[in-house]
Ligand binder design. Structure first.
Ligand code: P6P
Length: 340
């Protein structure tokens, strides 16, 4: 059978299964081409542009984090690729305080796009996998798009309202991992063809795992249920869980989540005392929600420890939440400890 490209997969979802409209197919193809451009820019590293594309941009984002040149470049690539097509009403990004409205010179569409243009920025300069995360919502009828500030309200929808979500992971290969609500599909970028080729569909995350991902440096700040759970895993086969566990922490959510998509595991960025004032570490609208939809579509579970991430009613665009996601048995175990 001929290779199934992303375009063919999306055509099957749109024309043959009637699961997505043509505009959403077009939107996802545009985002995928932006991810290809980001992959090329990242691949140049110190050889790209004047002085290379590594290092600091000399500015801070709305999160108060120093922006890397590639953060800014990736954000610009996604904005430029998506604003003219007529499929979007507005975009929101980790790198921008307010939403970006489609300029009046272009037609507006019915979708909203949120993204973390380059997740894992602390890994850029040390050549470790990073990624792009995106989420697609419908723009509510009658939404107030009279200004960037007014447009924020249109984005404040629970994760269950997402019509598509995905991530690109820029590693030894560049992958696009996507759901349009019909399971999770993985596409590998064929650099010669310049095409994403379907290499896995109907991804299923194993319910059982021995592998956990958490930043252990925060241990003294965690809440009691997470302390208990990690202590039990560290106790290994002689402890209450009766088996030895292994740990991985890439510090790029996309890379950690993709490992879980591939072989199972549990990823935790839980609430801790030093970040309680801001609600958590990871952002709901363009990190937790898209990843939660993908994880659930692949048979996993995604919670804050106390509630399903996809059910959270957002109250601000850059809202942060605790995140515990991955293999069902382990996520349900630690969530149970939060109920105790
Ligand atoms: P820490 C990257 O900056 C990020 O937003 C996620 O991709 C990652 O999981 C987390 O932060 C890493 O945080 O505290 O380990 O640096």
């Amino acid at each position: 059978m001929a290779q199934r490209t992303l375009a063919r997969y999306l055509t099957e979802e749109q024309r043959d299964k009637g699961r997505i409209p043509a505009d959403l197919k077009f939107l996802i193809e545009v985002v995928s081409r932006a991810c290809q451009a980001i992959s090329i820019a990242i691949g140049k590293g110190a050889l790209g542009g004047e002085g290379g594309v590594l290092g600091e941009a000399g500015s801070d984002n709305v999160q108060g984090e120093a922006q890397k040149k590639l953060d800014v470049l990736s954000n610009e690539i996604l904005l430029d690729a998506n604003e003219w097509g007529g499929h979007l009403a507005a975009m929101a990004s980790e790198e921008m305080d307010l939403p970006h409205l489609v300029p009046h010179r272009y037609p507006k569409g019915e979708y909203l796009l949120t993204f973390d243009p380059l997740d894992g920025s602390s890994n850029i300069d040390v050549n470790v996998s990073i990624g792009t995360i995106f989420s697609v919502l419908k723009c509510p009828e009658g939404a107030d798009l009279s200004s960037e500030a007014a447009a924020e309200q249109a984005f404040l929808q629970a994760g269950t309202a997402q019509v598509a979500a995905g991530y690109a992971v820029y590693g030894p290969t560049t992958l696009l991992v996507l759901t349009v609500g019909d399971g999770v599909a993985v596409f590998t970028l064929d650099r010669e063809q310049g095409q994403f080729i379907l290499t896995q569909e109907n991804v299923q995350i194993p319910a059982e795992t021995r592998e956990f991902a958490i930043n252990m440096a925060n241990q003294r700040f965690w809440e009691a249920p997470v302390q208990r759970y990690v202590d039990e895993m560290l106790a290994g086969k002689t402890g209450p869980l009766g088996k030895d566990y292994n740990m991985r922490w890439v510090a790029s959510m996309v890379a950690d989540v993709h490992r879980i998509m591939t072989r199972g595991g549990i990823f935790m960025y839980p609430m801790d005392e030093k970040i309680r004032h801001q609600g958590g570490k990871l952002r709901l609208m363009y990190e937790a929600n898209p990843m939660a939809l993908l994880i659930e579509q692949a048979g996993g579970v995604a919670t804050t420890g106390r509630e399903r991430i996809l059910d959270i009613a957002p109250h601000k665009l850059h809202q942060r939440v605790p995140v515990i996601l991955g293999s069902r048995t382990e996520v349900e175990r630690v969530s149970g400890y939060h109920q105790a």
